[in-house]
Design a binder for this molecule. Structure first.
Ligand SMILES: N[C@@H](CCC(=O)N[C@@H](CS)C(=O)NCC(=O)O)C(=O)O
Length: 210
């Protein structure tokens, strides 16, 4: 059994989406980030980083969105969301999962929390540098999808696609959203066709970027 601690639209979205897509039973626990519920002692006991998501797996709390996607894909092999060992897509799967998690996602953290990176006085400069890093990442993702798509890991649909799409969604109110890149736009349209996407939106009460 799984329990997901989440906040709508946040870094828990990809994990929530994958749980729905897998069709496995899970419970949801909503956290109010504005009220600071993620910093309360009882939640820090589950996730000492004080952020969402946390996924409790058979009683054991685990965190880091990308790691949770990979562990869920491993635990449900019938869904075929991990390219087979030795397949070319396996390398691309690891490469993009790590790149998205440790390069693109931190740039988004800097975009949304610029004062955390540089202090209040330099927040605007930090935001501008995040914007540039995010847009140059879209250049690379778009080129990769155009040449080796239709999915992030190439020909194989995988758990990395949930992470990529979540990050693309985060750019929706930026000066240049990810969907302005043509191959990304087509990719996002394919991802939104999954019935689990509409169900995710229904459960999280999301209405934009449909
Ligand atoms: N590396 C973490 C980042 C998680 C993260 O930054 N979550 C944000 C929401 S998108 C959060 O909980 N923010 C509240 C806070 O930092 O207090 C992951 O991928 O799980």
């Amino acid at each position: 059994m799984y329990t997901l601690y989440y906040a709508p639209g946040s870094a828990s979205l990809a994990v929530h989406w994958l749980l729905i897509d897998l069709g496995v039973p899970f419970e949801l626990r909503s956290l109010d980030l504005q009220a600071g519920e993620q910093k309360r002692a009882e939640y820090l006991a589950l996730n000492p980083n004080g952020v969402v998501p946390t996924l409790v797996i058979e009683g054991t709390p685990a965190y880091e969105c990308a790691a949770l996607l990979m562990i869920l894909a491993d635990r449900h092999p019938d869904a075929h969301l991990v390219p087979a060992p030795g397949a070319p897509a396996r390398l691309a799967y690891y490469q993009w999962m790590v790149h998205l998690a440790n390069t693109l996602q931190p740039a988004f953290r800097q975009w949304f929390y610029p004062q955390e990176a540089a202090g209040e006085a330099s927040a605007e400069a930090a935001r501008e540098s995040a914007r540039q890093r995010i847009e140059s990442a879209w250049d690379r993702v778009d080129a990769e999808l155009a040449v080796r798509g239709p999915w992030i890991a190439g020909g194989v649909f995988s758990a990395a696609d949930f992470l990529a799409t979540m990050l693309m969604r985060w750019s929706r109110n930026m000066p240049r959203p990810a969907t302005e890149w043509p191959a990304i736009r087509e990719y996002v349209a394919r991802m939104k066709e999954r019935p689990s996407f509409a169900e995710l939106y229904r459960r999280e009460g999301l209405t934009d970027w449909t």
